[in-house]
Ligand binder design. Structure first.
Ligand SMILES: Cc1cc2nc3c(=O)[nH]c(=O)nc-3n(C[C@H](O)[C@H](O)[C@H](O)COP(=O)(O)OP(=O)(O)OC[C@H]3O[C@@H](n4cnc5c(N)ncnc54)[C@H](O)[C@@H]3O)c2cc1C
Length: 679
């Protein structure tokens, strides 16, 4: 019996009819962005963003699209068909490059400085603003470009050090919002008092380096780990009594833990060869009933920003909204002396006696930068004939800080340039739970517990089906998971988050008897009870039947049956003699009902949420010239403008590391530039 999934697969892969079909293209573009395209973790963050950031609908995607599973499958599978049709175009040029641009020829790329392996000049000429167009000059110690997660903390820390600070932010003040929900911080007094830490800084740094494949700066990571606690305590000190932001008792905030490991004494623990810690603060998305700094209905991250802005302003900092940073100013020695930015009343020169901090976020909304810089994902997409506009991320940031840094003589770290698009697990609502995963041939393809390698490995699987399979003992496996990004979320001690597990069990049981129809099961990696990202789950009395529901037939089905038999033998032997998965996860698939979920592997590589690659700096976040030795005096990079943090992909020993790093490196740079000290 066919499931919707199977039927759609058959309808849209055989004849290539989808290639010119607008409906399919539209659905593909939207569904891959709005739900999941072999990366459920994006969906979770996407859901957060949906609440926080109305602008995301700019791309024509709405939640209504997102939950239309049929459209999703239709569209995504249509993209699969395109992939088949576009195979002959493997390695083809991007859609828009200037004729004559030659990939790999770094001298033909217009204004680009040497050292970039790309076909197009994504940088362009440095803007020149006529002196006569500058309406006003203002003098500061520190100018922060961008008032996002990193910029707000940079401004607060610099102001606390006594500096005169300006923040230049492109968003309008009335609708100024922050991205994110989860915050990772280590060893804050607030956390340690609750039993989460103190953890060993060196161990955590080593873990980030391991996950980053050695492509990170150990000292930049150490600055994050060692200072994140102070950063968090500093934020908490700004939160007024009226706010329930960090209220563990009412469940407004939680610290993510693994099953039956309710306090810090159990951490770190290792799964798949990677360590994880319990240290992530997750805020429910409920709003503060009391208006926050005059605004109502703001997300929790925006609430944090508003309090911190308020605190910085009390110390004399000034925020300038609707202000687009245009170009840096440098003296004859190349030192950065300030910024020219365009505000509501025209161009203003902001002199910066102590330094300029680049905090304009990532470049995910700039398709030209994505296609030229993120070679790992663009090559994947181009081979599937996916246009550059569909490779972009979910922020609105266009890479201003990166461009400013490059024009000033700095360099973006070399490829592979990581993006936040990895590590979400395979098909199904179970996050990174390492059940048995099968590819389109019905073959197992990786150690499913090695979470940092999920995305790179799944992307390289044959186009078609990616399936997850378990049996009635699924909970035993889930209970063994770490607190890695996108693990099943057991919440924190004292908080009734377990109910999301109860709900999942109920929903899964309701799949029994539903056959090829399956049921929608809410994701259990999401902390909030009402913020769910569901997946279709099928239940069957026999493995044979389940494989039908998942779309396997012919040789692929035979292969899948043989794979499961072999997997079960290894489970009984207590050892994954093929790929080395931890024995605690080796649970034989033998007790009915059998459960499974499948998703289409379209081969689309894209930024995901944000790009994570940035300027190369020294240990003090001071942007370096290409000799990797000479700092550009007066120029600093933080947040997603800062490089050398993730290396290969987004893989973290605790969720929320992207926000955690942005907040912390902002805090660190603010202090350093203003003359303060950090750990
Ligand atoms: C939807 C979504 C949800 C996410 N959720 C999480 C999460 O829960 N946990 C986590 O760890 N990570 C999360 N991330 C990633 C995380 O939010 C970012 O990595 C983090 O915000 C980076 O901080 P930043 O300050 O570098 O950039 P941003 O927070 O993006 O801030 C950049 C700021 O610069 C401003 N700006 C841009 N260009 C200009 C210009 N030309 N002139 C002036 N201002 C400019 C922008 O308006 C913005 O305010 C999420 C990302 C997205 C897209």
């Amino acid at each position: 019996m066919d499931s919707d999934f199977t039927r759609n697969l058959r309808n849209h892969t055989g004849d290539g009819a989808a290639a010119g079909d607008h409906d399919h293209r539209e659905a593909a573009a939207c569904s891959t962005r709005c739900t999941r395209d072999i990366m459920p973790q994006d969906a979770r963050y996407w859901a957060d963003s949906h609440k926080a950031r109305a602008e995301i609908t700019r791309k024509g995607c709405t939640m209504e699209h997102a939950i239309d599973r049929r459209n999703f499958l239709k569209g995504a599978l249509a993209t699969g068909a395109l992939a088949a049709g576009g195979a002959a175009l493997a390695g083809c040029s991007p859609a828009k490059p200037e004729e004559g641009g030659s990939a790999g020829n770094t001298t033909d790329a217009g204004a680009l400085p040497k050292g970039y392996e790309c076909a197009e000049d994504w940088l362009g000429e440095k803007p020149v603003v006529d002196e006569g167009d500058i309406a006003e000059t203002k003098d500061y110690d520190v100018v922060v470009c961008g008032g996002g997660n990193a910029g707000v903390q940079a401004a607060l820390a610099a102001a606390q050090e006594g500096a005169k600070v300006a923040v230049l932010e492109i968003q309008p003040e009335a609708s100024w919002v922050q991205l994110g929900n989860d915050i990772c911080a280590f060893n804050a007094q607030w956390l340690v008092e609750k039993g989460y830490g103190p953890y060993k800084v060196g161990d955590i740094v080593a873990e980030f380096i391991r996950r980053g494949g050695g492509r990170v700066s150990a000292e930049i990571i150490r600055k994050f780990v060692a200072n994140s606690g102070d950063m968090l305590d500093n934020i908490i000190a700004q939160i007024p009594e009226t706010s329930n932001l960090f209220d563990l008792e009412t469940g407004q905030a939680q610290i993510q833990v693994a099953y039956n490991m309710p306090d810090g004494s159990y951490y770190p623990f290792e799964r798949g060869g990677f360590k994880s810690w319990a240290t992530t603060i997750q805020n429910l998305s409920t709003k503060n009933p009391t208006p926050v700094c005059g605004r109502e209905d703001v997300s929790r991250m925006t609430e944090i920003a508003l309090y911190c802005k308020d605190a910085a302003e009390k110390l004399g900092a000034e925020y300038f909204f609707e202000t687009d940073v245009t170009v840096l100013e440098q003296n004859d020695a190349g030192d950065v002396t300030g910024v020219i930015a365009k505000g509501p009343d025209g161009y203003v020169r902001y002199n910066a006696a102590k330094g300029v901090i680049l905090a304009t976020g990532d470049f995910g909304a700039n398709p030209d930068m994505v296609v030229n810089l993120c070679t790992d994902i663009n090559e994947q997409s181009l081979r599937c004939d996916i246009p550059r506009e569909e490779m972009t991320g979910e922020s609105n940031n266009k890479g201003t800080g990166h461009k400013l840094g490059c024009w000033a003589g700095g360099f973006i770290e070399q490829a592979p340039r990581p993006c936040m698009n990895t590590n979400g697990g395979n098909a199904g609502p179970w996050g990174t739970t390492p059940f048995l995963w099968l590819n389109d041939y019905g073959k197992r393809f990786m150690n499913e517990a090695m979470t940092p390698y999920i995305k790179p490995t799944t992307l390289k699987q044959p186009r078609g089906i990616l399936a997850t399979i378990c049996d009635s003992k699924y909970m035993d496996v889930m209970k063994q998971c770490s607190t890695d990004h996108f693990s099943p979320n057991w919440g924190a001690a004292g908080v009734d988050i377990i109910k999301i597990m109860d709900r999942m069990e109920e929903q899964m049981q309701s799949a029994v008897g539903k056959g090829a129809e399956g049921v929608s099961v809410d994701g259990v990696y999401v902390i909030e009870y009402d913020n769910t990202m569901p997946d279709q789950v099928y239940a069957a009395d026999t493995i044979d039947e389940l494989l039908d529901y998942l779309g396997y037939e012919g040789d692929a089905k035979k292969e899948a049956l043989a794979t499961i038999e072999h997997y079960n033998e290894m489970c009984h032997a207590g050892e994954d003699s093929d790929f080395g998965k931890d024995s605690v996860f080796m649970s034989a698939i033998e007790n009915p009902p059998f459960f499974g979920s499948a998703q289409p592997n379209t081969g689309r590589g894209y930024v995901g949420l944000v790009s994570l690659c940035g300027m190369v700096t020294d240990d003090n976040l001071n942007v370096l010239s290409s000799d990797l030795k000479t700092p550009i005096k007066g120029l600093y990079a933080v947040g997603n403008c800062l490089g050398q943090r993730f290396g290969n992909a987004y893989s973290t020993p605790a969720a929320g590391s992207s926000v955690g790093m942005a907040l912390t490196h902002g805090y660190v740079a603010g202090k350093i530039v203003a003359g303060g000290t950090v750990k």
